[in-house]
Design a protein around this ligand. Sequence first.
Ligand code: SF4
Length: 426
Amino acid sequence: MENFAQAATLESVTCPFCGLLCDDLTVQRDAAGKLDVTRNGCQKSITFFGRAPNQAAPRIAGKNATLAEAVAKAAELLGRSKSPLIAGLGTEVQGMRAVMSLADKAGATIDHMNSNGFMRNIQVIQNSGWQTCTLTEVRNRVDLLVVLGTDIVSLFPRFFEREIWNKESMFGQDTSKREVVYLGGRNIDTSAGVAPDGRKPDVLPCDPECIPDVLAALRALINGKKLHAADVGGIAMTDLQNLADRLKAAKYSVLTWAAGTLNFPHAELAVQNLTEMIKTLNLTTRASGLPLGGNEGEMNANQVSAWISGYPVRTSYASQHPEYDPYHFSTDKLLASGEADTLFWVSSFNPDRTPPATNLPTVVFGHADMKLENEPDVFIPVGTPGMDHNGVYFRSDNVVSLPIDRLRQSALPSLNTVLTAIEQAL
Ligand code: SF4
């Protein structure tokens, strides 16, 4: 059995700090539990794994307390609440199962910290469906990648290294010949899209608010319509026609976006234009969508919620059965309207994702390094899944889940342990 208190070199470590879930890291552990990424890390993984072990104690109103006292106080607040909100939800699968069980018992509403972006995709899936692919399909098949309104790498640092410029692929494709087009957005850093042989990506910039018009025009061109305007959002119609022709000629194009970065009104309709365009392309060739997400356990929350309740997050158990409302059950809305009367906030991966400002009684289940502007009623530091305890995590593509393993000795409890104790104390 592994001695987690000993120094060791850990191979093939899976990183839970963005939705790519890279599983090829080498991590050096010292006897004090400090972790250093020594191979295949990006800056984000080096920062997250590199945080020194912190065995902070729970706090009640800012004063150190035992875990049992903090659990009892959290249960008391939840027991008094008529309309609790359990939000943030930065956790892995087992932690999310505990959230669902507690929400069911307490009549709570659940919402994830990234839902404002993620809901743009959910609305499209629910309204018209879509054709998407896995990261593995991208790695092995893509010949033309169209990136919508993002550089990808600021959210998913190793995307191009692992999925586009990978040296090996399953079907003998020369991956260095892949083509990349950045469509929409301004001042996007496109350097990661430069091919290994120095070929630059094509860049068709426009203001983010023009992305819906650009996509509508591109979809019309793919459908064989004639458009008489000279440009759309500043992109020449000839350039858009050229892109439409390339998409039709490609053997396996992938159109990718990160819904959280599409910050304009009704961005879900832009996503829908893209996904409907993909359906049209598939009449004559192969094309797929690749919605990028999964940071802070966003896929875990939605997958677990969907398989237990039939709905994604933004679901309430106030009426003793799951009731889904993507608009009224958002964290922002419930806090602004005063409909929630207690906030439970979960962020076990990222100490910087602190709870929104509120005067409500608040319990935080957070990364031990979390610095809070306002001291909550109860703070319970919990272990980071994939460092302090085992877990399971859904990748960005939503169909692949991987085990994320404990890497060191830690006295911090898992979220699952803490929430189960609170549920039992209710
Ligand atoms: S790209 Fe993402 S999953 Fe991969 S090492 Fe960096 S933070 Fe971790």
